[in-house]
Design a protein around this ligand. Structure first.
Ligand code: SF4
Length: 458
């Protein structure tokens, strides 16, 4: 349920003709990760060219914009603003031109010590063009000495938090993943060239093939000399964001070797096993789209039919702020409609992937009951989301999180549900088959020090 927003998506192309067009289609496949801005920078071997703007990939680019971006190397970005405002300066790629040549950078994630680094750099005379944290790496690189790869390594050692960076120069492409592996990043290839993407689903779209995931702390350099692999630190751990599996990633993506749809199905099965013999129901309904896989798993394990009790309208604009309550309610129904014939008189198991702010799910339960549902038993395919994320997801304060304020029983009452159950972190580990993931927003045990955000939990 779209109550929280993805961070961003990055896509890169090295040594493939029509790189900008490939990046365009790659970004299109990552559109679910950010809808506020999009951009592509290309290198024609001599210079970097850039086009970016606000809105969806299809709003920002047309044929002529892509034709104005010749070259075989490209990086692209789709943005949801977790850091920095909506100004054009914050739309990526960010480009820096200096004595070291030109660099373009795209970033997915959030740097948790950005404020301290920025103050330090500004005190040294650095002038920032954007207010987001992503520009910091370009300034840190400028401060260092030696070959670019060494400068990048040193810069990365100063950064804490979540980052998947692509850095394009006139001749090379650098691919970097933070030492915790918080945000996903994969390598692919296509005839004669290489691809990089936040999610593997984008490789399929451009006719590419998945190669392997970038490892935590790894830097991959593509250049005319070949491909170089190295690490900026040996203090690496694998803590990929578990919300990528639960909610952010597309079901046809594979993250660290696990298919997102299959993992979500497993969480649905686990919920059904917990309810076995305890719950009487007629149908399973998943909240579209990200909960449909878990609903399928619940249905298979429980033997209850999975029905399309809710229908999502995909063509609703991003913002509509109506002046009256009646218009607001119509707006909600326009986004998510109830299939009355399906739900009328039924005892429903309603599956949602996560409960963050709770307002949308509350309305959905209400809609189902107004349409004649006899019972609505809510099952959440993740634990209670009690702590804010500082790694690139827009849940900045605990007050915004309904599970931080209400007990499970109070939540059930708030939702007007007939029962409510969550999965636990241990259930998630069982579904994934390992525990090498970030569960910070469920447990409050953060995988890094919080630096700029340490006060946010007090
Ligand atoms: S805190 Fe939650 S949303 Fe943020 S990276 Fe960790 S698991 Fe993902």
């Amino acid at each position: 349920m779209r109550e929280i927003h993805e961070e961003c998506g990055v896509f890169g192309v090295y040594q493939a003709p029509g790189a900008a067009t490939l990046a365009y289609y790659g970004l299109h496949s990552l559109q679910h990760r950010g809808q506020e801005g999009a951009g592509i920078a290309v290198s024609d071997g001599k210079d970097l060219l850039l086009h970016k703007g606000h809105g969806l990939v299809t709003d920002v680019f047309d044929q002529s914009a892509l034709q104005a971006l010749p070259g075989c190397n490209a990086i692209g970005h789709v943005r949801y603003a977790t850091q920095g405002g909506e100004e054009m300066e914050n739309v990526q790629p960010l480009v820096a031109r200096g004595s070291m040549g030109s660099l373009a950078a795209v970033h997915n994630g959030q740097i948790v010590n950005a404020a301290a680094l920025r103050s330090e750099l500004e005190a040294q005379g650095h002038i920032f063009h954007a207010s987001s944290d992503s520009e910091i790496i370009l300034h840190l690189i400028q401060c260092e000495k030696g070959p670019l790869i060494e400068k990048i390594k040193k810069a990365c050692r100063r950064l804490e938090g979540a980052f998947a960076f692509l850095i394009l120069t006139e001749k090379s492409l650098y691919v970097i993943r933070d030492r915790h592996g918080l945000r996903p990043l994969s390598l692919g290839y296509l005839e004669g060239g290489f691809l990089v993407s936040s999610e593997t689903c984008a490789f399929e779209t451009v006719g590419g093939t998945f190669w392997r995931d970038v490892q935590p702390g790894e830097i991959v350099k593509f250049s005319r000399a070949g491909i170089e692999f190295c690490y900026y630190t040996d203090q690496n751990e694998h803590t990929l964001c578990s919300m990528e599996y639960i909610y952010f990633a597309r079901p046809d993506s594979n993250l660290d070797g696990l298919n997102v749809h299959s993992v979500r199905k497993k969480t649905g099965r686990l919920m059904a096993e917990k309810d076995a013999g305890l719950l009487e129901a007629d149908i399973v309904v998943g909240v579209p789209d990200s909960s449909l896989s878990a609903a399928t798993g619940y249905s298979e394990a429980s033997g209850l039919p999975c029905e399309m009790g809710l229908v999502k309208n995909r063509y609703v604009g991003r913002t509509f702020i109506e002046p009256t309550q009646q218009q607001r309610e119509m707006g909600v129904r326009m986004k998510l409609a109830v299939n009355r014939k399906v739900v009328e008189g039924k005892r429903i198991v309603l599956i949602d992937d996560s409960l963050v702010r709770g307002t949308t799910l509350r309305r959905t339960v209400q809609q189902l009951k107004e349409a004649g549902a006899e019972k609505v038993h809510v099952r959440i395919a993740s634990p209670q989301y009690c702590f804010p994320c500082f790694y690139g997801v827009d849940t900045a304060t605990r007050e915004e999180l309904i599970s931080a304020r209400l007990s499970a029983r109070e939540l059930c009452e708030y939702l007007h549900a007939d029962s409510l159950r969550f999965l636990t972190v241990d259930d998630l580990k069982k579904a994934y088959g390992h525990d090498r993931l970030c569960f910070s927003c469920f447990s409050g045990q953060y995988v890094t020090d919080l630096y700029d955000h340490a006060d946010a939990l007090r």
